[in-house]
Design a protein around this ligand. Structure first.
Ligand SMILES: Nc1ncnc2c1ncn2[C@@H]1O[C@H](COP(=O)(O)OP(=O)(O)O)[C@@H](O)[C@H]1O
Ligand SMILES: [Mg+2]
Length: 317
């Protein structure tokens, strides 16, 4: 359980190393990959096999730490691009899960450009392909066919290590469930990420941005759902990601709490200029966006630009 949580955290934050400490095992280091497996272990006095590593982690106290020694090429080489160049250029993107009779066509040819600093809302019924699209944009999943370029670089052509760097350096994820480590305070949960980021803000700064300056030393269990989600947002943005991807960030929250969370996201987008995509099936949220895309059956079926962005505090649903 602890391990599964860490694997999810590792995948979505770009953390690539986990150390387990126990009397018999001094330290273990391994990489998490997109399918959640740990394929490499660089080890001090421990078994080399990843399966065994996971077994041991289940029974030991884990500490996450940054593995800086892996030789990884950064995907994100800053380019002097004009402001109107898209951050993402998606063409003919398809995603098919399963085979033959069990085949599910999650995306059936998506074309999309996303621009710097935009706030985009993705609407669509359950099963329309929203999460699949977001996961592919964030390097958590790969397309079956089609093109996906990030700042002119084709993501489907990069190897696993580059993709890990991409997730770690470029993308912040926020999900419906917060995935906080229960035994760490808000400040420590955010600190996990600021330790491995290249040019992070401090945990205090990040928590201040989401309005939690006063609650930094609280543990997740001492925070409300909305506060926990804001810690997760602080964790996602502390590394100053170029892209913030939110999959139903208010899905588990009531309206009032949901609004505090959306306000935090809107503030990040405005103040840090982070390209932000928010998935929701709640059409009321669309008013806060620059652009609203609707998905149905794996297609983008409509695109609407709002004349102006509504203040989140006035949204109702
Ligand atoms: N890993 C998977 N394996 C098989 N089918 C999947 C997988 N992920 C998603 N799907 C299917 O792809 C379709 C789109 O799913 P998803 O992107 O999660 O939709 P949404 O987020 O809009 O609810 C659904 O039919 C879903 O069941
Ligand atoms: Mg979904």
């Amino acid at each position: 359980m602890v391990c599964a949580g860490l694997a999810a955290l590792a995948r979505t934050t770009g953390l690539i190393g986990v150390v387990a400490k126990s009397p018999c095992v001094r330290s273990l280091i391994f990489d998490f990959f997109r399918d959640g497996s740990a394929r490499r272990s660089i080890v001090a006095g421990a078994p080399p096999d990843a399966h065994r590593t996971l077994e041991i982690c289940r029974h030991t106290k884990l500490r996450i730490f940054p593995e800086r020694t892996l030789n990884m090429m950064p995907v994100h080489t800053p380019v002097a691009a004009p402001e109107n160049d898209p951050v993402f250029r998606v063409r003919g993107l398809t995603k098919i899960y399963g085979e033959k009779l069990a085949e599910v066509r999650a995306l059936s040819g998506v074309d999309l450009d996303l621009y710097p600093g935009e706030l985009v809302v993705l609407l669509g019924a359950s099963g329309s392909g929203k999460s699949t699209l977001l996961n592919i944009l964030g390097g958590l999943d790969s397309p079956t066919t089609g093109g996906l370029a990030f700042r002119g670089r084709e993501l489907s052509a990069v190897d696993e290590g580059d993709l890990t760097s991409y997730r770690r350096d470029v993308v912040g994820f926020v999900f419906q469930f917060y995935n906080l480590i229960p035994s760490l305070t808000a400040r420590e949960n955010v600190g996990l990420i600021t330790e491995i980021a290249r040019d992070p803000m401090t945990p205090e700064e990040a928590l201040g941005l989401v309005g939690l300056g006063e609650r930094m030393d609280h543990f997740p269990a001492q925070l409300s759902g909305g506060e926990q989600q804001r810690v997760a947002i602080a964790r996602a943005i502390a590394k100053r990601p170029e892209v913030l991807l939110c999959d139903e960030p208010t899905g588990a929250l009531d309206i009032k709490t949901g609004i505090t969370v959306l306000e935090a996201i809107q503030r990040i987008n405005r103040e840090l200029g982070t390209l932000t995509a928010i998935i929701t099936h709640n059409a009321a949220i669309a008013a806060m966006a620059d652009r609203v895309l609707s998905l149905s059956d794996g297609h983008i079926v409509s695109e609407k630009r709002n004349a102006s962005r509504a203040a989140v505090a006035g949204l109702e649903w």
